[in-house]
Write a protein that binds this ligand. Structure first.
Ligand code: SF4
Length: 403
């Protein structure tokens, strides 16, 4: 197949020349990185207390959501899936509480905003998704498919720090059939064009799949769809229950990966990159369309060498892909909103994440709020770097976008 790695990337940052934006993140020598105490150990210890209690050895299965409590909307218990999740929570011995609305959970423990944030991330809320429309989700898809909201991970840079900062608890929805009916309506309206739905716009759905069963349901649903296609991105590796599904090539599974320095410093309570690459290899063997989401690209001393190493590692783990894998890459440079910065500094006060407004360019986003992005020259450097390296290492792949 002729290479489709090219420069068909967003031109948003081609004005407003800025240079020299560098993060406080420091390249971590490999030996040191292996032995170094994790940044913000308290947060990590709290976030992972449940998984380490379950197993000393971290495997893909242990890096999934084990909540401390489960809230149910009464209506959720009218659905078979709601009843099933209730039984699951009961047999796990978890405290079960009722809530009037999945959008408003009150009374979580914690005397400070930080404590409440951490407790909220340990809280599963089971509800009924209301509403008959979806948000758009460009450039990754046409629409966001709302299968879950919130994530148990603690990535410092997480985009959810903007839109879920006051309600970070993890919500799953039991009316999956109704949600998928809405997707079908959108797909019918746009036919014969294909319509793409992204199931990871407000969550990492793999982390909660053993509770929600939403990915299984959606993959099997879209396998039968003529004009609808499904995709999601994950940092989790517990994909094995999805491998044997009849996906019909209609679902693309993408893995979010990053350099050793970024993962070590900023990606907490998620599996290591090596486990994500192993999971990607299993997904490729299962014949799914496959993708890598390199996000966020963070600029620090030595970033080019480490991102080159990361791409080499992906290539080594996937020495070959098949046409049915239709390998794709998405590259997203780091950005932050004023609201996210406030939350990040409150919840991860020792973070080394660079959020210096004076070194960034302001840009208005599609959802009516602005963000600070890397400026023109830095963005051009990122574009050049990834275009050249992907073309060389992955001639069979497509570069979907760099933003
Ligand atoms: S895994 Fe993804 S959704 Fe979860 S905290 Fe990390 S960046 Fe956010």
């Amino acid at each position: 197949m002729e290479s489709s790695i090219n420069s068909s990337t967003e031109t948003q940052a081609k004005t407003g020349i800025e240079t020299g934006a560098r993060t406080k993140a420091k390249a971590v020598p490999e030996a040191q990185a292996e032995t170094e105490t994790e940044v913000d150990a308290e947060v990590e210890a709290e976030a992972e207390a449940r998984t380490t209690a379950v197993a000393e050895t971290r495997t893909a299965a242990t890096f999934v959501f084990n909540p401390s409590r489960v809230y149910f909307e009464p209506r959720a218990l009218e659905y078979p899936l709601g009843k099933k999740i209730y039984e699951q929570a009961l047999s796990a011995g978890l405290p079960i509480l009722m809530a009037g609305s999945h959008n408003r959970i009150t009374g979580l423990p914690g005397s400070t905003p930080r404590r409440r944030f951490l407790e909220a991330k340990r809280t599963l809320v089971v509800g009924v998704r209301r509403g008959t429309t979806f948000q758009t989700s460009r450039p990754s898809a046409d629409y966001a498919l709302p299968l879950a909201t919130g994530c148990p991970g603690h990535c410092h840079y997480c985009y959810l720090n903007t839109n879920l900062s006051t309600r970070p608890y993890v919500r799953i929805y039991v009316n999956l059939a109704e949600i998928l009916d809405i997707a079908d309506r959108y797909a019918r309206e746009r036919a014969p064009r294909l319509t793409y739905f992204d199931g990871s716009c407000t969550s990492d759905p793999v982390a909660v799949e053993h509770w929600s069963h939403a990915l299984r349901t959606a993959i099997e649903h879209f396998a039968r769809s003529e004009f609808g296609r499904f995709r999601f991105v994950t940092k989790f590796a517990a994909v094995d229950p999805l491998l044997g599904l009849a996906h019909n090539g209609h679902t693309r599974i993408r893995f979010s990966v990053n350099t050793r320095t970024v993962a070590r410093q900023f990606e907490k309570a998620v599996p290591p990159v090596s486990a994500r690459l192993d999971a990607a290899a299993r997904v490729a063997l299962a014949g799914y369309p496959l993708g890598f989401h390199i996000s966020p690209v963070i600029i620090y001393d030595g970033w080019k060498k480490e991102y080159a190493d990361l791409l080499e590692k992906i290539r080594a783990r996937l020495p070959r892909t098949t046409p049915e894998n239709d390998l794709r890459f998405e590259i997203v440079a780091h950005r932050f909103t004023p609201r996210a910065k406030q939350t990040i500094l409150e919840v991860y006060p020792t973070t080394a994440l660079e959020m210096n407004e004076s070194q960034r360019k302001w840009k208005w986003g599609q959802f009516g709020y602005g963000k600070y992005v890397y400026g023109g020259e830095t963005y051009k450097e990122i574009t050049r770097f990834f275009t050249e390296h992907l073309r060389r290492l992955f001639p069979e792949a497509t570069l979907d976008y760099i933003v």
